[in-house]
Design a protein around this ligand. Sequence first.
Ligand code: FAD
Length: 301
Amino acid sequence: MLPLAHRPSRQASCPIKVSFEFFPPKTDEMEATLWSSIERLAPLDPHFVSVTYGAGGSTRERTHATVSRLVRETQLKPAAHLTCVAATKDEVDNVVRSYWDAGVRHVVALRGDPVGGLGTAYEPHPDGYRRTCDLVAGIKSVGDFEVSVSAYPEKHPEAASLDADIDVLQQKVDCGADRAITQFFFDNDVYFRYLDRVRARGINIPIIPGIVPVQNFKQTANFAAKTGASIPAWLAARFEGLDNDVETRKLIAAAVAAEQVIDLVDRGVNEIHFYTMNRADLVYAICRLLGLRNQAERVAA
Ligand code: FAD
């Protein structure tokens, strides 16, 4: 592996597409943080930006408000996350129609977590979409949306096996999914092994790696434990003893994420989805390392 300084700008050789995920803010302060992050990241010209949907549909209005504001006030292409949880088909279809009317053309379709929380049994709404693939087909029947879905390189915790999980991905593709975005992972070999298995099954949609810069190691480790993503020992070791040292943690987080994305790009990946946690600084720096530049700089070059 060449040291960073000797690498050509990736942007120059093969343009790298990035997308950014945000969550809808709860308070005025969070709203201000979100929009300043969007302002910082927007000039990098992301392929799309997505806005999550709270567990059980709890952020339906806030997700809609954030996505609609993105359409109205920016040139960005927003993708609205949507789940099947606790809603009838009619309710979900109405949300989809309202996105279409607001000018949104991309939905990230998900089953969602059980109403009782992770680890409890999933009960579909009696009048709702039972499976994500049904939701994908439903969205496609409302309008000519681009539909992204999830993928789990380390398997979804509820899946009996990785193959069973890939069966579910296959169903979503058969119903019209255009792209999958992965759960976050830290070991790139895990992603490439998964990709091999998915391709061997004849699934050819893009499987975009989802990257989480570790803003807070403890929080990330807790979330990873719930979602079935593994935390390699080397990663834990890098953050060990730094609970009270925010500045060093931030530097390490940037280095870890930069190493990971540069390795992905070196191994042929040209599209990356960042879980931003509504914070721009780490993601912006990592994108610069990938060779991405602000629009104004690109024009001047
Ligand atoms: P699917 O891919 O449809 O299924 C995943 C696995 O769950 C399957 O392999 C299967 O084994 C099992 N499974 C599915 N249905 C059943 C069933 N009826 N009975 C038994 N097992 C079943 N969650 C949110 O609430 N809001 C979001 O905005 C959001 N965004 C996400 C974005 C990405 C990129 C990812 C990777 C996840 C996101 N999630 C979000 C989390 C997601 O909702 C949960 O992981 C949920 O538990 C599964 O939804 P899915 O669409 O990934 O499930």
